[in-house]
Design a protein around this ligand. Structure first.
Ligand code: ADP
Length: 169
């Protein structure tokens, strides 16, 4: 006996076999214009992008996870193909759960590259059919890091030019 209609089967088939689903993992503490730019530039490459806030049980972060998720949702509210989630544990396990075959990462500097290469190679060893796709940062966002935004915020500076236009922190 089946609980699924033909339409459901078609939908599930499409989800598992045809749709290009990517996860963009990070701390997003907070989201910056650099993150936003990566997601918007990745749109033509994928059918669905899941921006995923990795929650580290040993590290609470600067902004609460709920606020980070709220700001991400506001940033991408105009994009139906982008969703926002949080996850614990390994990124590749989260990708499998979401049927995602791609991980998106941004590369700002050569230091980013060295670090990201190791992570991507370990992820490939763990799950060979999940590929990491790197996008080079636009030059104007190379210096925009969440840690610098946090530092400016902590000391009462104005962070507006570093965060997406449609959010208020
Ligand atoms: P993580 O702690 O996983 O590095 P971040 O939130 O700092 O989380 O970054 C998430 C992703 O966004 C990473 O791939 C990072 O390289 C990328 N990224 C961060 N800042 C920028 C930026 N200014 N331009 C482009 N990509 C960026």
């Amino acid at each position: 006996m089946s609980f699924l209609s033909d339409t459901n089967y078609v939908f599930i088939f499409a989800q598992n076999h045809c749709m290009k689903i990517a996860v963009f993992p990070g701390s997003f503490d907070p989201v910056t214009r650099g993150h936003e730019s990566i997601v918007r530039r990745a749109l033509p490459l994928f059918d669905q992008i899941i921006v995923a806030v990795g929650v580290n049980v040993d590290k609470s972060g600067y902004f609460p996870v709920e606020k980070r998720l709220e700001w991400l949702n506001q940033t991408f509210s105009d994009l139906p193909q982008v969703s926002v989630e949080s996850y614990n544990g390994l990124t590749v396990d989260f990708c499998k759960k979401m049927n995602a075959s791609y991980i998106i990462r941004g590369l700002r500097t050569s230091a980013d590259f060295e670090f990201e290469r190791s992570v991507a190679q370990v992820n490939l060893k763990l799950v060979p059919d999940i590929e990491t796709v790197f996008l080079l940062t636009l030059p104007e966002y190379v210096m925009v890091t969440s840690s610098i935004v946090r530092e400016v915020h902590r000391h009462g500076g104005n962070i507006d030019q570093f965060i997406p236009e449609n959010i208020t922190i």
